[in-house]
Design a binder for this molecule. Structure first.
Ligand code: NAP
Length: 289
C-alpha cells in the first residue's frame, strides 16, 4: 500500500511510519514541520496537491492539536486542527478514492461509566480538546461513509513528551512527588498502537475502533511503575483530582473496550506493565544515542 501519514513527526506518527515501512508499505511522511514533505492539514490546497500527486491508497491522520489544557483557552485553534483539518482530508480522500484513518481519543467520553467504553457508547466530552476531537469524528463521518476512526488513550513513546517521560524527569532528585490517583485509563505504548493501526489497515477495517494496551491504571499507578523501573528513590504520594486543579476537566474513568479490535484482527495488545518496561529500555537507549 502507498500511505500518506500526516503529523508524521509526532509521537504516534513516527511509530506508524516506521511500522508501515517494516511491513513493506510505501510511506510518505508529511508534517507541518517537514521541509521535504510539508503538509498543513488545515490548508485545503496543499492537501489537494499532495493527494493528487501522491495518490495514496490510505491517508493516516496523526496531525492534531494535542495540548489538552491549552485547548481550554484556544478552542478555535483546537477545532481548526482537530475538526476542520480532518474534514478537509475526508473531502479530498473521497475525491481521490483514498481510505482515511483518523486518530481520536478516550476524552470524547465523560467517564461516568464504571465498565469499559465500547464504540457504541454515546460520547459526551468534558473538555474543549474532547469536543474538538468529537467534532472531527462527526465531520469525517458526514463526508465519507467508510472511514476508519481509531480511539486510543494515555500514549507513551520515545518520539514525544508524554506523562511517563515527564514523571521520570520530575522525580529525578526529588524526595517525593504527588500524582493523581482517581482517574482511570489504559496507558498505551505508541509502538504497540502503531502495530495495531497497521493491522487494522491490512484487513481493510471500517468504522470506529477502540485500541489501547491491556490492563488499567491511575496516573499514580503509572508513575509508581515508571519510578520503580528506573530504580529512583522518589516517594509517590497519591492525591485526588481536586487537589491537583488543571484547566481542563478529565474523565475519571475512560477505559476503552478493545473487543471489536480483537474480533477484527485476532490480536490483543500487551499489558501496559510489560510495554512500559520496553518503552523505558528504548528511552534509555535513545538518550544514550
Ligand atoms: N498523546 C496521547 O496521549 C493521545 C491519546 C489519545 C489520542 N491521541 C491522538 O493521537 C493522535 C496523535 O497524537 P500524538 O500524541 O502523536 O500528537 P503529537 O505528538 O502532538 O503529534 C502531532 C503532530 O502533528 C503536527 N502538526 C501540528 N499542526 C499540524 C498541521 N496543521 N498540519 C500537519 N501537521 C501538524 C505536529 O507538529 P508540531 O509538533 O510542530 O506542532 C506533530 O508533529 C492525535 O489525533 C491525538 O488526538 C493521542
Amino acid at each position: 500500500m502507498r500511505v500518506l501519514v500526516t503529523g508524521a513527526f509526532g509521537l504516534l506518527g513516527r511509530e506508524v511510519g516506521e511500522r508501515l515501512l517494516a511491513q513493506g508499505h510505501e510511506v510518505v511522511a508529511t508534517d507541518i514541520a517537514s521541509e521535504k514533505d510539508f503538509l498543513d492539514i488545515t490548508d485545503r490546497d496543499s492537501i489537494r496537491v499532495a493527494l493528487r500527486s501522491i495518490r495514496p491508497g490510505w491517508v493516516v491522520n496523526c496531525a492534531a492539536y494535542t495540548n489538552v489544557d491549552a485547548s481550554e483557552a484556544h478552542e478555535p485553534e483546537a477545532i481548526l486542527l482537530n475538526a476542520t483539518g480532518p474534514e478537509l482530508l475526508a473531502v479530498e480522500c473521497k475525491a481521490q478514492g483514498s481510505r482515511l484513518l483518523h486518530m481520536s481519543t478516550d476524552y470524547v467520553f465523560d467517564g461516568a461509566k464504571t465498565s469499559p467504553y465500547t464504540e457504541e457508547d454515546p460520547p459526551c466530552p468534558l473538555n474543549a480538546y474532547g469536543r474538538s476531537k468529537l467534532t472531527g469524528e462527526q465531520a469525517i463521518l458526514k463526508r465519507i461513509e467508510n472511514p476508519l476512526i481509531v480511539r486510543s488513550q494515555w500514549l507513551f513513546g520515545i518520539h514525544g513528551k508524554n506523562f511517563v517521560s515527564t514523571i521520570i524527569e520530575i522525580a529525578k532528585g526529588r524526595p517525593s512527588i504527588r500524582v493523581v490517583d482517581d482517574q482511570w485509563g489504559s496507558p498505551t505504548y505508541a509502538k504497540d498502537l502503531a502495530k495495531a493501526i497497521v493491522a487494522l489497515m491490512e484487513v481493510d477495517a471500517r468504522g470506529v475502533y477502540h485500541v489501547c494496551s491491556r490492563g488499567r491504571a491511575t496516573w499514580y499507578d503509572l508513575a509508581r511503575k515508571a519510578i520503580s523501573i528506573m530504580e529512583l528513590d522518589t516517594e509517590v504520594v497519591p492525591v485526588s483530582t481536586g487537589e491537583f486543579p488543571r484547566p481542563a476537566r478529565r474523565p475519571p474513568y475512560s477505559i476503552l473496550s478493545t473487543k471489536r479490535f480483537t474480533a477484527t484482527t485476532g490480536k490483543l495488545l500487551p499489558p501496559w506493565q510489560i510495554s512500559i518496561k520496553s518503552y523505558i529500555q528504548e528511552l534509555l537507549q535513545y538518550e544514550r544515542g
